[in-house]
Design a protein around this ligand. Sequence first.
Ligand SMILES: NC(=O)c1ccc[n+]([C@@H]2O[C@H](COP(=O)([O-])OP(=O)(O)OC[C@H]3O[C@@H](n4cnc5c(N)ncnc54)[C@H](O)[C@@H]3O)[C@@H](O)[C@H]2O)c1
Ligand SMILES: [Zn+2]
Length: 278
Amino acid sequence: MILYEACFDHKLDRSSLIVALGGGVVGDMSGFVAATFMRGIPFIQIPTSLLAQVDSSIGGKVAVNHCKGKNMIGSFYQPIAVFIDTETLSTLPAIELVTGLVEVIKYGVIKDAELFEYIEKSLYDILQLDQKALLKIIATSCQIKADIVAEDEKEKHVRAILNYGHTIGHAIEALTHYKKYRHGEAVAIGMLYAARIAVEMGLTGNTVFERQLSLVKRLGLPLSTGLKPKDIIQTLYLDKKAMSGKLRFVLPTGIGEVIISDQVTEEILSRVLTSNFV
Ligand SMILES: NC(=O)c1ccc[n+]([C@@H]2O[C@H](COP(=O)([O-])OP(=O)(O)OC[C@H]3O[C@@H](n4cnc5c(N)ncnc54)[C@H](O)[C@@H]3O)[C@@H](O)[C@H]2O)c1
Ligand SMILES: [Zn+2]
């Protein structure tokens, strides 16, 4: 409400411009205000966290949280431009860089084997904020997300592949009340489980899982949650992405290729969720 008040106080009109300068929270909130104030005024995104640069600033999803549901009040509203300055990452806390990188790894798994390989080879440079390496992974990620969104803005089909690792990741976040794990930490574990499911179902070989595990380990991210498989499964069924009672999973068939499957049985799920990665 305070943001809308600022819009009134500054006498914004349809020719005004809102600039969202900050991380994903700032981008999502400012974008939502821009989408709704006077039924929409122009806005630009200047994302300053890695997650916002590679993910939330691209694609036009804007939202605010409600105590009854995260991101449930929102809209699709495109910024007129996104400006990214990789130098902003120099002040970003290291853990935010690492968790943002999980989304970049995700892009590699779903669409770009070369990007994935580049991260494997250049992880040290990326974490040292080598500008060339950052530019490469950020530009590639933005392109991948923009291409997917251009094909399917409203998430009717292919955009769903962006949810790789997020099905179980969201369940982990929800069960721990969004407090114990950062989004990227929960998604990393979700990606490992999804890869394991794909291996169990014979959709891909074990190296696809091992390569992701190795990267997650090198990033020092948690590999387990201590949550009960049955609680995760129950939460999955409550997830808004469950379609007519069936769970939908994005599963890798190789590095750079995924499918969307509703064939993951509870039996496979509980077997995989019981396994650990250490
Ligand atoms: N719209 C979408 O498509 C989409 C996609 C993914 C995530 N999201 C949303 O994005 C949000 C997460 O974004 P986030 O990870 O950027 O979180 P965030 O905005 O909370 O930023 C993380 C932390 O980093 C700080 N920060 C940001 N830039 C900095 C910089 N350059 N130097 C120092 N500190 C800096 C922030 O103040 C904050 O403390 C969540 O609310 C999530 O729901 C939206
Ligand atoms: Zn995410």
